[in-house]
Design a protein around this ligand. Structure first.
Ligand code: ZN
Length: 200
């Protein structure tokens, strides 16, 4: 069903789907601001593979709605984020710029940043769309938090080394314990510590 397409000389872009198994702007939502607009975080990921796979989409006909399978091209990541369907030329070009190459198998191991651009016009409507920065994320310096630029220090029960290694394994960047807690909006601090513990 899923196969790596790293040896392909080129890939074609996929069409849009609403399959929830793939990364979308709402996956980066971290709440709502005072004007009821969604707030988004930025994520840095390491490309692990480029695959041809299937996504479910809803085929709306006049009388019925039914699920259909569509062939898609997707990026997979080392960090525990959903795969991302390559469906916009602007994203593909941004990845080529951020990684410095158009050759797919050279994308492996490269880091890219996803962010959400609000109110983009697409299909005649305004959407908050997922985009990739056309620049490489800045090189990680062990011991310095990528989010707040603060020093990563020991906290009760954990050394700075454990926190740095745990955050790199989980988020693809070094982050301090405090910023790690902020990122874990869906999970408790205890779970985060457990996960850091597992990856140390
Ligand atoms: Zn921090």
């Amino acid at each position: 069903m899923e196969k790596s397409i790293l040896n392909n000389s080129k890939i074609f872009l996929s069409t849009q789907t609403k399959d929830k198994n793939f990364l979308a702007s709402h996956d980066l939502c971290i709440g709502i601001d005072k004007d009821d607009n969604p707030k988004y975080k930025e994520i840095i990921v390491t490309i692990a593979d480029v695959v041809q796979t299937e996504a479910t989409d809803v085929q709306a006909t006049i009388k019925e709605k039914k699920d259909v399978k569509k062939k898609v091209y997707a990026l997979k990541f080392k960090e525990p984020y959903k795969p991302y369907i390559l469906n916009a030329t602007i994203v593909r070009q941004a990845i080529e710029q951020a990684t410095g190459t158009r050759v797919l198998n050279k994308w492996i191991g490269k880091r890219i940043s996803f962010y959400v651009k609000p109110n983009e016009k697409a299909f005649g409507k305004l959407h908050d769309v997922l985009r990739v920065r056309p620049t490489a994320p800045k090189a990680a310096v062990k011991g310095v938090c990528s989010d707040c630029d603060g020093k990563i220090v020991d906290v009760e029960g954990f050394t700075a080394e454990q926190i740095a290694n745990g955050s790199m394994a989980k988020y693809g960047r070094y982050i301090c314990f405090e910023c790690g807690q902020k990122l874990k909006n869906q999970k408790s601090v205890t779970e985060m510590v457990d996960e850091m513990e597992e990856t140390k």
